[in-house]
Design a protein. Structure first.
Lengths: 182, 182
DNA sequence: TTCGTCATATATCGATTTGTCATATGTAAA
DNA sequence: TTTACATATGACAAATCGATATATGACGAA
């Protein structure tokens, strides 16, 4: 899959038009957040470029005080390019975990620091799971397309597995959980 | 955690000395492969730079035919820098999945292509799991430090969860598995 | 009331990183 | 035999990140 920021933006815009700022928010907080990332520094140039190439149209929305909102919408040509990008087999998943690196090199850090790192990771996983659970509830009412459901289910499975493993390896964490549930 | 290619190289070299090529192989095929990635284009400059800064020592090994092998070893100063980098709480896991992007935008691709993508992902997961299983067997005999065991267990849990979810969502895949097991 | 900071909104820029190519050569299979 | 792969280092363009700059309004705290 020709997967880059361009393809990502086209994909998000295929659901609804949006400004660069809104795209970033959607990628950070929406469905996408579980499996992809992008920064302003790559989004804005990509939008400008694709607009120039005719893959997007641009509409300026005046706003009081703030800079004009530049709302981008995908064109038929853009949809064609997106479809072409998707028509290649996707590359393998890539997973980056500083936590696991730290666990591997644990003989270099104090027990106290390691516990802190484990706690943080536990919190990260829990929060991600909670976010998905919230989305799943929210989604029931509105559109529930197959893709979203699949992605949320995948994320839930994987995160829960990681959380279970972590708690099994560090029984201390379960106490924290029980205390919080009281 | 000040996590970048430098820290990564120092971490790998803290176990044993190695050349740039061997580092890349270790990162691709060893423990590290499950949670990090790095290319030659970033490894070689990092090694050169860290050697100049005194974090590494360099020893040239002559080889017949091939270019000299440049074997790097970590110094006490390097170990100090590594420890300092590790003494910061690790950033959250980052997960990149073209497969999930494709699943989310499935209305843009044909059913045939989607099936191919699912099959590929299934194969990817299975192969990764097999690699870990092999490593777990291999490790029993040699050193079995806590870090390695933790990382392998984590990887196994997460990959198995993904595989189970995939097979539950696409019952077609189970048949393939049974056929292969015959 | 002034101060900090958060949210909205766009954009640039240096630093980092990736991915591809170039350069060698030996081994082994097709 | 010629094609591919493994060893080995490195350069380089392109992509991407992360931090920062620029505005403004809202909201609560000192």
């Amino acid at each position: 899959m020709a997967m880059n920021v361009r393809t990502l933006c086209l994909g998000v815009l295929s659901f609804k038009e949006a400004s660069g700022y809104e795209l970033k928010k959607e990628i950070e907080e929406g469905m996408y957040s579980h499996f992809i990332d992008a920064s302003f520094g790559s989004i804005y140039p990509a939008l400008t470029q694709m607009n120039a190439e005719g893959l997007l149209t641009l509409r300026s929305e005046e706003q009081s005080g703030r800079p004009d909102k530049k709302v981008y919408a995908i064109t038929d040509q853009g949809r064609a390019v997106l479809a072409k990008s998707l028509a290649v087999l996707p590359a393998s998943n890539k997973f980056k975990s500083e936590f696991l690196f730290e666990m591997l090199l644990q003989h270099f850090v104090s027990k106290e620091h390691l516990d802190l790192a484990i706690d943080k990771h536990h919190t990260d996983l829990s929060e991600d799971l909670a976010k998905i659970a919230q989305k799943q509830l929210h989604q029931d009412k509105s559109k529930c397309d197959a893709g979203s459901l699949f992605v949320m289910g995948y994320g839930e499975s994987v995160l829960r597995a990681a959380l279970n493993y972590l708690e099994a390896q560090c029984p201390r964490l379960k106490k924290v959980k029980l205390t919080a549930a009281e």
